[in-house]
Design a protein around this ligand. Sequence first.
Ligand code: HAM
Length: 420
Amino acid sequence: MEKNIQAIRGMHDLLPEASPLWQAIEDRARAVLEAYGYAEIRTPLVEMTELFKRSIGEVTDICEKEMYSFADRNGDSLSLRPEGTASCVRAVIEGGLLGQAQRLWYRGPMFRHERPQRGRYRQFHQIGVEVFGLTGPDIDIEVVLLTRRLWQALGLTNLRLEVNTLGSGEERAVYRAELIRYLEGHLERLDADSRNRLYTNPLRVLDSKHPDMAGVIAAAPSILDFLGEESRAHFEGFRAGLAAAGLACTVNPRLVRGLDYYNRTVFEWITEDLGAQGTVCAGGRYDGLVEQLGGRATPAVGFALGLERLVALLEQTPPPLAPQVHAYLVAVGEAAQARALQVAEGLRDGLPGLRLMCNCGGGNFKNQFKKADRSGAPLALVLGEGEIERGTVQVKPLRGEGEQVEVPLADLAGYLAERI
Ligand code: HAM
């Protein structure tokens, strides 16, 4: 026998059984995003590699070792997108959307060649938001409130918010120099990764999870002591807005993010229930990126949430999920089988929200009822010779209480409308 071909490590099928939970999250997220007036944008899965290098930063884990890059047939270096922000910025510049404020959202697969483990995959899915053209802390507050509303819509209570500011580019440059000086004084205590990053990306040293580094990191200088007046006011405004909305957060001065484009506000929603990969949603402000990619200077802020991590959390306490199918049409006997598809089409015309599965492939009564049961539908509609003669259908509850009822075909859509 030939060997089975398997899915690529770290990339997973979403089998039908898992779909209802994903759909519930996506539907609720979309409803929340629409409630705040955000418009959907869709961009290609593949971009010029240069786009990610120039935005995420050459000296980041993503660009150094995690991108799926390949040469196109004409020799261009292309990459599967590792995240959505860079593509979104490219698209708003290219599409001429920067004349007025834009509130955008997207969803879809992202690709990073990371070491797979629980909550970390090579193809994963994000829902993200990017807002362009607004400078004040008010919009930073809005995007965080939007995420809180989404957790509420999903019934999630076990998430906490961490916030920080990275100041302006100039403030960060001064802080960076100071941090390097401090870390140079503790060289012998740095792990190999941190030594490598010391001169290229020293802020990422603060992100090290190496247990021996905890002491060095705890005593490192804090970005909060390097803020100028404007950055300080922005951060205070942000925190005051969250407090006014009754949203508690922790200031974590070591929260630096793994992508280079951020300035000022950064935030992460974290859970303790998923082990090491506990960041469910993360984002912040990136006021310099549009200009850096060739657009007119435009402030921006956004976030992305990881759908796999949300799904893993919700599997522990799933929200009520709508049945995939409301009713299963059983048709017994030749005449009934010949009419079944037609009856089903008539019902779908009469009741557009109806999710109706029609038995195909024949089978006796018992056999068809088994399939009806397996479909998960709460109702079976039964069409036999007698029903055809009388112009009726039997409606039989498959789950829970209730009697079988014979309903005239003409009244069936109305009857079902009250029960689905
Ligand atoms: P990020 O922190 O790289 O930010 O990713 C955001 C979220 O995507 C993470 O918090 C996590 O939930 C999920 N995620 C990331 N990598 C993986 C993975 N390998 N497997 C599973 N889930 C993962 C960004 O991507 C920024 N573009 C967010 C942003 C938008 N900032 C401003 N606008």
